[in-house]
Write a protein that binds this ligand. Structure first.
Ligand SMILES: [Fe+2]
Length: 158
């Protein structure tokens, strides 16, 4: 199966959104006491992005400059900066599953050989959702899914 334009555009868009997401999460550190948790979430974004970087190289897709992506990420901070932590947790638990649908769609559009890397991208969202759910349950091990994801090496490109 060859790579469609829609697949390539979406792949690049999602890569860029992870980089923007990292900047957004690092900025939220200024607004919440849960700085270590937000740092882990930000690192998860970067870890996910790096996993699919070989696909960008493969298809000669060039992301926009990181400053630009940072700027875009920061545009999303304001509505969340004033939230209480639990409200933010609920937001994550409610909103992030829809990203899972988007990632599943990306996997479905992808040539078979790209799917291992894309599944690794998808699984960062699974980890973030699990983190949010555990936070809402006051689980002291809420960060475990994030730490596990960060400890998982990127798959090799097939
Ligand atoms: Fe993400």
């Amino acid at each position: 199966m060859s790579a469609s334009k829609k697949y390539l555009d979406t792949l690049l868009q999602y890569y860029e959104e992870e980089i923007s997401g990292e900047a957004y999460l690092y900025d939220l550190i200024n607004h919440f006491a849960e700085k270590e948790k937000l740092t882990l979430l930000a690192k998860v974004e970067r870890h996910a992005a790096i996993a699919v970087a070989p696909l960008l190289t493969k298809y000669k897709l060039v992301p926009r400059a990181e400053d630009k992506l940072t700027e875009e990420g920061l545009e999303h901070v304001a509505p969340h900066a004033a939230m209480e932590w639990r409200v933010f947790g609920q937001y994550m638990a409610d909103r992030y599953p829809r990203y899972l649908d988007d990632f599943a769609e990306l996997e479905n559009m992808a040539p078979h050989e790209d799917r291992t890397l894309l599944q690794f991208l998808t699984s960062h969202e699974v980890a973030a959702i699990e983190f949010a759910r555990r936070e809402l349950e006051n689980d002291p091990e809420s960060c475990a899914p994030l730490s596990q994801y960060l400890a998982t090496p990127h798959p090799l490109q097939t």
